[in-house]
Design a protein around this ligand. Structure first.
Ligand SMILES: Cc1cc2nc3c(=O)[nH]c(=O)nc-3n(C[C@H](O)[C@H](O)[C@H](O)COP(=O)(O)OP(=O)(O)OC[C@H]3O[C@@H](n4cnc5c(N)ncnc54)[C@H](O)[C@@H]3O)c2cc1C
Length: 514
């Protein structure tokens, strides 16, 4: 059963052999053994509660588990199976019962898109052979359950870089395509789907389709990018990596007095000179300090830009996890007073203006990856990440939303503002030219009503919400932000007329027929 097949997946492997004689599998970084898969599931899945029963549903064993997203809200019970091969995935899809099936990666979505109450969930972390990377062309063939962390660590020694990395590397290839994730470099490199050359998708009939962005089934390719697992199961993808001379960034930092100064820095043309850019901003301050921020911007360093001591091994990456938080934190620890204190410290610990600091990606923008299970700090009630997009020109609405949050009883310490570049063809892809904001609210009385108010401000300004973070809105509100929803729905329904693929989110937001 494991490994399922010594060859890399079909199309990708052919591409590699054609393009270069130097095809090789990367070192066995993060290869999954069954033991590893089990511990991943229990420790890393961001939402696996206690296992209840074990039984056989298709050829692979199935157990019953309570699953939730990274926000730890709305857990539901599902049958979970861990396919180890494309054939296992196909068999599981064919055997899905009337409650349907959905793929799950590392459970880093905040809400309920990788849950399926009473139905089947495919834990894709079992389909995770080491990535196959062409050292000359940077074309990588990657199983759907491989994490971006594993891909990055495999690519770096060969001088290649994963073109889009979200705020954590603990997401799978399937999750990265399913949500069409973006990073700090959206304004220069777009979202993950832009870099996918092809993917193998197990569809509702149990067959496998090889999709490309401009091939005969391009519509299904783009419906799958950002389609939240509702078109099928991505068993592998071919991804174009980017060249890099080092594993480090050259980073500039600016602390701004308020939101206006931040927006000025982001629109005065300087932002285009950086590959990566995003700001942490303060949601607890008002008036002259409203939205004061720490803006960090940088680009991958060339070898010559590194200090001498790093030049011998410029592609070395080391960022061990410092600690894993135990599940002991009480509800209410993250409250307006503690979040205000945290925000004050975070703002003042940053340099007022710093140029040319050398940092690796963890220090630059994936600081939370240093801590395992950090979401436990919010207690058992969990938290809600609210991420929205406002088109350029809607800065007054952005200011109104910042004022509304600062005046409310709902505080947030982890807040990001970023400038997006052009979107792609995918009808449900979140990024569009404009401003995107994320705020993390601890779950507390009145929060949902407050977010309904924010929805009105966002939607009223022509904005939208992000499915990877969403956990509480309505189908009508979500669809108002996505004028191409029906186009997506038509392609999806043609690929899956009986509604085999379904999730808690799909039911809640009425994304599919079931
Ligand atoms: C700390 C943190 C920071 C983050 N920062 C960012 C950020 O900067 N930018 C950003 O865009 N996102 C960000 N995210 C969100 C995260 O990148 C996405 O939610 C991503 O989809 C999670 O991947 P996953 O493997 O955990 O997938 P899951 O959360 O398990 O699933 C996500 C969706 O993908 C689908 N899916 C998963 N695997 C497959 C597959 N093999 N085939 C088909 N569909 C599949 C699921 O059905 C589900 O709909 C962040 C999340 C966290 C926890």
């Amino acid at each position: 059963m494991w490994p399922p097949d010594p060859q890399p997946p079909n199309l990708g492997a052919d591409v590699l052999r054609r393009s270069s004689g130097s095809y090789r599998r990367a070192p066995t970084v993060g290869a999954a053994s069954s033991e590893r898969v089990r511990s991943n599931h229990d420790r890393d899945k961001g939402g696996s509660g206690g296992r209840v029963t074990s039984f056989a549903m298709s050829s692979t064993p199935t157990s019953s588990a309570s699953l939730h997203g990274w926000g730890r809200t709305a857990p539901t019970l599902a049958h979970v199976t861990v396919p180890r091969s494309q054939a296992d995935v196909a068999a599981a899809v064919r055997a899905a019962g009337h409650r349907g099936v959905i793929a799950r990666g590392l459970g880093r979505s905040y809400g309920d898109p990788a849950q399926n109450a009473g139905g089947l969930v495919l834990d894709m972390t079992g389909l995770a052979r080491p990535p196959a990377i062409d050292a000359d062309t940077g074309v990588a063939v990657v199983d759907g359950g491989v994490s971006l962390d594993t891909l990055m660590r495999a690519a770096l020694p060969l001088g290649w870089w994963v073109p889009v990395l979200p705020g954590t590397r603990q997401v799978t290839i399937g999750g990265a395509i399913g949500a069409d994730v973006h990073g700090k470099n959206h304004h220069t490199k777009g979202s993950f789907g832009n870099h996918v050359l092809s993917m193998d998708l197990v569809t509702a009939d149990g067959g496998v389709r090889t999709l490309t962005p401009d091939g005969p089934e391009a519509e299904l390719f783009w419906a799958t990018v950002g389609g939240m697992g509702l078109t099928g199961v991505i068993v592998s993808a071919t991804v174009q990596l980017h060249r890099t001379e080092s594993a480090y960034f050259v980073v500039d930092t600016d602390r701004t007095r308020d939101l206006d100064e931040l927006l000025t820095l982001l629109t005065d043309g300087s932002d285009d000179t950086y590959g990566y850019s995003a700001a942490w901003f303060d949601t607890t301050t008002t008036d002259a300090k409203l939205g004061r921020a720490v803006l960090t911007r940088g680009s991958l360093a060339t070898r010559d830009q590194l200090p001498l001591k790093l030049r011998n091994d410029p592609l070395k990456f080391e960022a061990p996890q410092l600690l894993t938080f135990p599940d002991v934190f009480p509800n209410g620890l993250a409250n307006p007073a503690t979040l205000r204190a945290f925000s004050h410290l975070w703002y003042h610990k940053a340099p007022r203006r710093q140029r040319g600091a050398i940092q690796n990606i963890t220090a630059f923008y994936q600081v939370l990856d240093l801590f395992g299970d950090w979401n436990r700090v919010y207690g058992s009630r969990g938290f809600l990440q609210y991420q929205f997009l406002l088109p350029f020109g809607e800065e007054p609405a952005l200011r109104r939303i910042a004022e509304r949050i600062a005046a409310s009883r709902h505080s947030s310490g982890l807040n990001v503002l970023k400038r997006f570049g052009a979107g792609n063809q995918a009808p449900l892809s979140f990024p569009q030219p404009g401003w995107t904001v994320t705020v993390d609210f601890p779950v507390a009385a009145g929060l949902h009503r407050f977010c309904d108010e924010l929805d009105e401000l966002v939607l009223g300004a022509g904005g939208r919400l992000y499915l990877a973070k969403e956990s509480r809105t309505t189908g009508a509100t979500f669809k108002r932000g996505y004028p191409r929803f029906e186009e997506w729905r038509k392609v999806r329904d043609e690929a899956d007329p009986d509604g085999v693929f379904v999730s808690d989110m799909a039911r809640r937001l009425e994304l599919t027929g079931r």
